[in-house]
Design a protein around this ligand. Structure first.
Ligand code: F6P
Length: 373
């Protein structure tokens, strides 16, 4: 009997999602004669039974499209806003999985999606996932699809910012996405030749950053490009956060826990606006004009690069092979030129941060990039 599979895309959209849907779908149809449907808008589509058949027509002409033809959302199965109330919809998902006679559910997403998918696996569904995100922060995979495209966009942006920074003898602080990890800012900063790269893994000392900019200025280079991750922190903020986290670990009463958690959330929220604060502090300390550019969602939009299309296609087709072999409870991880099915338990709830001795960090320091410490 032909197997039935469902596919959904969840979390932030990312270039390469359609290439991955196409990879899974075409291999499933052509090699294994499976029946494939795609649920709309992430886990919500599975709750509301909103889906489209993914036949060869639907899978045609989507390789180069940005975004996801299925739509996406950040809805979680166990806490979904339904009629104004947050409800646990896991039972409905399990029922609908059965109603659709699914033999497997393929979830394409980043860290949050891997966690949600793992919860559904624990409820007995045949789950298999693919690692997607521009942030490249999914554990246990060499790389995620979407990252290369965002890296290319951010690098091109830094290239373009160079000529205007140079002409005006300005500091340009460019904010790059990446959530709480620095892969994107670090990669684009190195590839684009940023003078300063600031990432969440290395809290920065603004005075050291200003000194390095002044040293450039004294040696005749009157402009500087600062590539900063959206999650990067002043060293003072990092110290405060660490202290509260320690307090939270020690908190024994529920009141204490609640109070400390709220204090931590307030500190985290206080990081919003860091990029503007950084630029104005640098202007004060160096007396050089500073400007801010926030790349934002530009980094997630548009066509995927060749590398992302290739990665998404090979992981997608490998996923169909694994389903055919009855391998579930895994994420199809990129490993060198190949792939490896990794137990979802190793992935869910974990985040791949930039190790302080990562070769990219070492190289950036070797060429004289200021890392804020
Ligand atoms: O995870 C991808 C990402 O673009 C992060 O880099 C960013 O922090 C976040 O999503 C933005 O989320 P949203 O799309 O919900 O605004």
């Amino acid at each position: 009997m032909a197997k039935h599979i469902g596919i959904l895309t969840a979390g932030g959209d990312s270039p390469g999602l359609n290439a991955a849907i196409r990879g899974v779908g075409k291999a499933a149809l052509r090699a294994y004669n499976m029946q494939v449907i795609g649920f709309r808008d992430g886990f919500r589509g599975l709750v509301e039974s909103r889906y489209i058949p993914l036949d060869s027509n639907a899978l045609s002409g989507i390789l180069t499209l940005g975004g996801t033809i299925l739509g996406t959302s950040r809805d979680k199965p166990n806490a979904m806003l339904m009629g104004g109330q947050l409800l646990d919809m896991t039972d409905v998902i399990v029922d609908n999985y059965r109603k659709h006679n699914l033999d497997a559910l393929v979830c394409l997403g980043g860290g949050g999606t891997q966690k949600n998918a793992y919860k559904l696996l624990q409820r007995g569904l045949n789950i298999i996932t693919l690692p997607k995100t521009i942030d490249n922060d999914v554990a246990m995979t060499d790389v995620t699809f979407g990252f290369d495209t965002a890296l290319t966009i951010a690098t091109e942006a830094i290239d373009r910012l160079h000529s205007t920074a140079h002409s005006h003898h300005r500091i340009i602080v460019v904010e790059i996405m990446g959530h709480n990890t620095g892969w994107l800012a670090l990669g684009a900063g190195i590839a684009g030749g940023a003078d300063v790269i600031l990432i969440p893994e290395i809290p920065y000392d603004v005075e050291l950053v200003a000194e390095s900019i002044l040293a450039r200025s004294r040696s005749g280079r009157g402009f500087s490009i600062v590539a900063v991750s959206e999650g990067a922190m002043f060293k003072e903020q990092a110290a405060e956060i660490r202290a509260i986290e320690k307090k939270l670990k020690k908190a024994d009463s529920p009141e204490d826990k609640e109070k400390t958690t709220a204090a931590l959330a307030a500190l985290e929220a206080g990081r919003i606006g860091n990029t503007a604060r950084l630029a104005s502090r640098l202007e004060e300390l160096t007396r050089l004009e500073s400007r801010v550019t926030i790349l934002g969602y530009l980094q997630r939009g548009g066509i995927p690069t060749a590398a992302d299309r290739l990665l998404a296609t090979r992981l997608g087709t490998a996923c169909a092979d694994l389903i055919n072999d009855g391998v579930f409870g895994v994420m199809v991880a990129a490993r060198g030129d190949g792939m490896e099915p990794v137990d979802l338990r190793e992935v869910a709830g974990k985040r791949k941060v930039v190790p302080l001795d990562h070769p990219w960090v070492v190289s950036a320091r070797r060429i004289g990039t200021n890392m804020g410490d």
